[in-house]
Design a binder for this molecule. Structure first.
Ligand code: PHE
Length: 347
């Protein structure tokens, strides 16, 4: 092979290397593909690098010719790769921009405002009614002693009425109050008649089904003054019942028993579903029970140092969840405690 043939030979190889490179470069779609092409055509083992490295073994007069040709090819390849790299970077940047794009015109999800639980609203409504009659609001502890919850309410340890209260005990003499009545004693201990109070609060009993929850809400009422009689009790309760349920409802008193009142009564309102004829809601009786009441048993006054010859009074207690159910026709007690806005929003 003479020099001319040798040069032609290598030139052909360089040209076909360039053709291959250009074809492959055209197909490159990502920076990582570009990287492997770069290695293939400009890396240590690439044809051009090897040619340039071995140029010393060529006859002296061929070296500049082959060297120039190889260097020019290599420069072109590097320049093309750089150009492609800039194009790809631009494309990938735009793709990234598109993917991370936030549509500011999309409406937000919206945060619903909370609302007062229906129990709280009804407590406030009842408070308003009694405040209008001159009552004040008092409160007492939910963790109570046996003394206030039972003993001082005329319910000693062996009293049969105790078994009616499924009590949560904290310890031997400490419990979760089963009703708001202990506040009667606490208030009378610290205050002298005339007393006109109502006492809203949570109470606890070991009971759980559709009509009972272990925690529920009561409002207690207590009136003690000179010359208070059953007529005053009746007027107060009737006035309250008409205010909360409306004038169309009838109210009746039924004899009952509580250890701390004598005489005692349970109070019913006529059923709003059947209008008093009798239906499933009122178990066919036409009446729905709303509260317990009675004249304060004079025995209680001994515990608080009042003179039963001087003063008399009445007390009543009602379950708020029950009042809500009757007022709004709600049939599942558990709805009150779930705080589901779809339920609460209706009131
Ligand atoms: N404490 C009684 C109860 O929980 C209700 C009541 C209160 C009855 C006051 C009479 C007087 O059942």
């Amino acid at each position: 092979m003479d020099d001319k043939e040798k040069i032609d030979d290598i030139n052909k190889l360089i040209d076909s290397e360039l053709i291959n490179f250009t074809r492959e470069l055209d197909n490159v779609k990502s920076l990582s593909e570009l990287e492997s092409i770069k290695t293939k055509y400009t890396g240590k083992k690439s044809f051009l690098t090897v040619t340039l490295r071995n140029i010393g073994s060529l006859p002296g007069q061929l070296r500049p010719i082959i060297g120039n040709k190889s260097n020019a090819a290599r420069k072109k390849i590097e320049a093309d790769i750089l150009k492609k790299e800039q194009i790809l970077k631009g494309v990938e940047y735009e793709k990234k921009l598109r993917e991370e794009n936030i549509d500011l015109s999309l409406p937000g999800r919206g945060i619903k405002a909370g609302k007062k639980n229906i129990i709280s609203s009804v407590i406030e409504e009842i408070e308003e009614i009694f405040i209008g009659m001159g009552f004040e609001i008092a409160e007492g502890p939910e963790v109570e002693t046996d003394y206030y919850n039972f003993e001082a309410l005329n319910t000693p340890a062996d009293h049969p009425a105790r078994s009616l209260h499924d009590t949560f005990f904290v310890s031997d003499r400490v419990l979760l109050r089963t009703h708001t009545s202990p506040v009667q004693i606490r208030y009378m201990e610290k205050n002298k008649p005339p007393i006109f109070i109502i006492v809203p609060g949570k109470v606890y009993r070991r009971d759980y089904d559709v009509t009972h929850t272990p925690m529920f809400t009561q409002i207690e009422g207590l009136v003690v003054d000179k010359g208070i009689n059953f007529g005053n009790l009746k007027w107060t309760i009737e006035t309250f019942a008409y205010e909360i349920f409306g004038k169309k409802r009838k109210v009746r008193f039924r004899p009952h028993y509580f250890p701390f009142t004598e005489p005692s009564a349970e109070v019913d309102v006529s059923c709003n579903i059947c209008g008093g004829k009798g239906c499933r809601s009122c178990s066919g009786s036409g009446w729905l029970e709303i509260l317990g009441a009675g004249m304060v048993d004079p025995n209680l006054y001994k515990f608080v140092g009042y003179d039963p010859e001087e003063v008399s009074g009445f007390a009543f207690g009602m379950g708020i969840e029950r009042i809500c159910m009757l007022k709004y026709g709600i049939d599942d007690l558990r709805l009150f405690f779930e705080n589901d806005l779809r339920f609460i929003d209706q009131f």
